[in-house]
Design a protein. Sequence first.
Length: 196
Amino acid sequence: MKYLFFCSILFFSLQGFSQDFASPISNAKTSYASGKLEDSHFALLQAMQELDMIIGKEVLKLLPEKMDSFTVKTQEDNVTSNVGFIGTTIHRSYGSQDDVDISIIGNSPLVSTLNAFLNTPLLGGMMSNGINKIIKVQGYKGQLTKDDNGNGQKNYTIQLPLGNSLFTLKANNTTDTKIMAMANSMSLQSIAKLIQ
């Protein structure tokens, strides 16, 4: 019910943003009125996909223009809406060599596994081994992973469950302090509200 209310608000506030959202809603109403429930269901799925695309584009607006000294590569921004097992995927890169990378995956199957490690003391203790460690960013519990690629360069990855979505921040040739500062520079609560 909450999702339908949110859909209605977005529909009226973003009507000019995309004509593709109004069409499936209209088709769903027409199909429902004529008793074609399967067609109505399909049209609603199309409307939800379009809504996911709109939300993904709004999330991209919340992400910073710079990460550390790296500038955003907006031409590589990508929002993909998937129906089924995995939800919307939002991606943004920074730097000429993809030095910093952000991805947010809705309905990620990895969220439940990561939450099990983060919230079970015995499993969480196994994660803190010098390569992985449990962290907290703006109140969200997550995992920091270090990858030493052998040539002295250290790459780090932060994974944070935001509800049923997985937020991943990767940074190449950096330090744990710098990647934590990058993660803290983002408005994670605003992002979490949008993607729920």
